[in-house]
Ligand binder design. Structure first.
Ligand SMILES: *[C@@H]1O[C@H](CO)[C@@H](O)[C@H](O)[C@H]1NC(C)=O
Ligand SMILES: *[C@@H]1O[C@H](CO)[C@@H](O)[C@H](O)[C@H]1NC(C)=O
Ligand SMILES: *[C@@H]1O[C@H](CO)[C@@H](O)[C@H](O)[C@H]1NC(C)=O
Ligand SMILES: *[C@@H]1O[C@H](CO)[C@@H](O)[C@H](O)[C@H]1NC(C)=O
Ligand SMILES: *[C@@H]1O[C@H](CO)[C@@H](O)[C@H](O)[C@H]1NC(C)=O
Ligand SMILES: *[C@@H]1O[C@H](CO)[C@@H](O)[C@H](O)[C@H]1NC(C)=O
Ligand SMILES: *[C@@H]1O[C@H](CO)[C@@H](O)[C@H](O)[C@H]1NC(C)=O
Ligand SMILES: *[C@@H]1O[C@H](CO)[C@@H](O)[C@H](O)[C@H]1NC(C)=O
Ligand SMILES: *[C@@H]1O[C@H](CO)[C@@H](O)[C@H](O)[C@H]1NC(C)=O
Length: 440
């Protein structure tokens, strides 16, 4: 009986090691390799009070097409370029007039049922301001469900699990993010069109901050479709965005998403809140492309989180990601979405990627383990010796792994440790110093 108990604890420990190793391979490693072009860049680490941003995104698009694009523009032909960014496929066309849905003349001429158009009076006269606007349909951004967006005066929307000071770096949909100042000119309008399957924000007659009278006015918009497609349509681009000043405010066209991990901890008797914001993907579209009448179209590719059944989740034909199914939450994920925190706490141990398990019964697994245990117990003493040795090895491995994770917070196991703060093993105060020193 004693041997049986020891064997059982070894099995548990082995499971614990497999768990740590599994995370070693699937957390940060997946984060770094999930996209071939991602890398950990030091330039993007910011500290905003107790918010940490860890940048892992940064997808560069094929510049070859951008150059051929410019040549083609001189010969006045229609350009259609297609680029694949894993989460989205982007298309650019210089003949994109038909994509532009002008909101300035009211809804009458527009073929969208139930579309309501409103000029945002406050934003239209403000500078460096933003406002929440609710959507009438659920919009899926990187597969994450969005019910409201933040409209800004800076030519972009912020879309994320929360609005934070670095939304323009991590969580945005930007047809033309620049240092625009709507308060300069009273002809500037920020219009919002909200329908049952379409959402449009038009930035009309936008002028840069620090401009003199008669300087160029931009008119452009972003359109969100119910199927996840994002359109950037440009009506007036008097000066190429490449030439816009970027010294105090970045000029950006594209989208970016990240996830937020929130922690509360006790340090020196005070309660601290710390958000870690991981930027996991970004698409930067070429600033030189937009001209008057052109458009970018970004079509959403199928993502894990949009799969609602185990079978759909684990069918490799459905997405390009390594999806796993979590039976307790009935959720599909690759760990990189807005719900990562609940995924890590409730699914990390139980999620699987083997399609055969979708129909398999959990009790079946238990009987297997039981028969193995029974067989093993027949071998008695010999097993006892091996077991003792294994226990020591396993404990050593665990200690080494925790030490590594503790000293390398940006490694896969380090990220795992951040998410599983083991208060029993390390004093909280000591552990919390690690990310502060190394991430900021
Ligand atoms: C970039 O685009 C060009 C032209 O479309 C293509 O020939 C080339 O293979 C692409 N390069 C990459 C890395 O995708
Ligand atoms: C290119 O097309 C635009 C309108 O589509 C036209 O105004 C312009 O004259 C054309 N340029 C050339 C060189 O044909
Ligand atoms: C909107 O109205 C203006 C004049 O008020 C007109 O010039 C313009 O063509 C109209 N645009 C659309 C899309 O109907
Ligand atoms: C815009 O401002 C100018 C001067 O401040 C004023 O004369 C004009 O009536 C305003 N136009 C509108 C449409 O409010
Ligand atoms: C915007 O313009 C005002 C007035 O010219 C200037 O004081 C301010 O510093 C500018 N802000 C930015 C962020 O460029
Ligand atoms: C999404 O819907 C829009 C508008 O109906 C359509 O133009 C676009 O092609 C659709 N995208 C996909 C990927 O089906
Ligand atoms: C700002 O614009 C200049 C000139 O176009 C460019 O070389 C530089 O990389 C830009 N800086 C940033 C931060 O985008
Ligand atoms: C602009 O972007 C660069 C990287 O492209 C970043 O390092 C910098 O902090 C950004 N500047 C602002 C003001 O957001
Ligand atoms: C995936 O697609 C291939 C080719 O169409 C097909 O042979 C295979 O059965 C599909 N796999 C699943 C799990 O549906």
């Amino acid at each position: 009986m004693h041997t049986l108990e020891t064997l059982f604890s070894v099995l548990c420990l082995l499971t614990a090691v497999a768990y740590v190793q599994g995370h070693g391979n699937s957390n940060l490693y997946e984060l770094l390799t999930d996209d071939k072009t991602t890398f950990l860049s030091k330039d993007f680490k910011h500290r905003v009070r107790r918010t940490t941003i860890v940048e892992k995104g940064g997808e560069k698009i094929n510049t070859t097409f951008a150059e051929s694009e410019e040549n083609d523009q001189n010969t006045n032909t229609t350009i259609n370029t297609i680029d694949d960014h894993r989460y989205y496929t982007s298309k650019f066309t210089t003949r994109g007039q038909s994509y532009f849905i002008d909101l300035t003349n009211g809804t009458e001429s527009l073929p969208y049922e139930g579309l309501e158009i409103e000029k945002h009076e406050i934003l239209s006269k403000a500078y460096l301001k933003a406002a929440f606007v609710a959507l009438k349909f659920p919009f899926y951004f990187y597969g994450n469900k969005v019910q409201r967006v933040v409209v800004t005066t800076g030519g972009f929307l912020s879309v994320g699990p929360l609005f934070h000071a670095y939304a323009h770096v991590v969580h945005y949909i930007a047809p033309l993010m620049a240092n625009f100042n709507p308060s300069i000119d009273n002809s500037t309008e920020i219009l919002v069109g909200s329908g049952k399957d379409i959402f449009i924000v038009q930035w009309k007659n936008m002028q840069m901050n620090n401009t003199v009278d008669g300087s160029p006015k931009y008119d452009f918009q972003t359109i969100l479709h119910e199927n996840g497609t994002i359109v950037f349509a440009y009506k007036d681009v008097p000066v190429s965005p490449v030439k816009l000043p970027n010294d105090t405010h970045n000029v950006t066209i594209g989208i970016a998403d990240g996830l937020v991990l929130s922690f509360v901890y006790d340090k020196g008797g005070k309660i601290h809140f710390h958000n870690y914001i991981y930027s996991y993907h970004r698409i930067s579209l070429p600033l030189r492309n937009p001209i008057s009448g052109s458009a970018f179209i970004l079509d959403l590719e199928p993502t894990c989180i949009r799969q609602t059944t185990c079978g759909a989740c684990l069918n490799k034909n459905n997405t390009r990601f390594n999806c796993k199914w979590c039976p307790s939450l009935q959720r599909c994920s690759n760990g990189l979405d807005w719900h990562r925190q609940s995924w890590m706490s409730r699914c990390a141990k139980t999620a699987y990627d083997d399609p055969e398990k979708c129909s398999a019964q959990i009790p079946g697994k238990d009987t297997n383990t039981m028969t193995k245990k029974k067989q093993s117990s027949n071998n008695g003493a010999l097993i006892g010796g091996i077991v003792g040795f294994l226990v020591i090895m396993v404990l050593l491995i665990i200690l080494v792994m925790f030490y590594y994770a503790y000293t390398h917070p940006q490694s896969s196991s380090g990220m795992w440790l951040i998410e599983h703060r083991p208060a029993v093993l390390f004093s909280k105060a000591r552990f919390n110093k690690v990310p502060d020193d190394q991430l900021l």
